[in-house]
Design a protein around this ligand. Sequence first.
Ligand SMILES: Cc1cc2nc3c(=O)[nH]c(=O)nc-3n(C[C@H](O)[C@H](O)[C@H](O)COP(=O)(O)O)c2cc1C
Length: 210
Amino acid sequence: MGKIIGFSGSPTKGGVMESAMIKVMESSGHDYELIRLSKKQIKFCTGCVACASTNQCVFRDDMDELLKKFMDADAVVFGGITRHNGVNAIMKNFMERFSPLFHRKMLSKGKPVAILSSGLATAHEAYRDMAEFVQNFRMEEVGSLETGGNASCYKCGFGETCAYSAFLAINGKDAKLSDDPYYYFDRDSECVQKAEDLGKSIAKRLKEKN
Ligand SMILES: Cc1cc2nc3c(=O)[nH]c(=O)nc-3n(C[C@H](O)[C@H](O)[C@H](O)COP(=O)(O)O)c2cc1C
């Protein structure tokens, strides 16, 4: 039985990203752990490049534990959400702190990973940011999944009246929030199927490796 670690960049407990990640990891049939990066203390990379000679960061924070979990995992799932047309800062900050694995040894090389992204309209932008990171760190992308998402305008209280409402822009000026505009991963049967297939692809990859 292999171990899969899922690193979620979403701050939403039980939200779209967590639901999608759990579905993928469960479908693999392997043991898994979901880590909420929003709960971790991760300092910003300062670019001091001390890790070039030591393969270790000068900071002692939760990244020590997270990089160890990454290294020990048989496969990894990265879950990033889209904010302002790019991967959100929680995931981006986490990715920037991978530099100690990169220099000279490329310790991340060959790690099987699945990339999950979600967004109201531009989940692909978050995917792009994570996929480039995965390529640069010579990890192996087993597959990816892009889900729908939810606008902050659904719950800010001004969704039906604000001149800049994404809710009205998408659904028309007379749209009502009572029509429940929310995207629920579990109700998107096509996406759920893709998540199950991705989980099985991870399992297949782990079988090939062993
Ligand atoms: C401040 C903010 C900015 C966002 N920007 C985008 C965006 O540029 N493109 C997009 O498709 N979704 C955008 N979203 C929607 C999020 O990506 C969506 O809430 C997320 O995918 C849902 O995942 P969660 O339930 O795990 O939070 C934004 C959401 C917030 C709160």
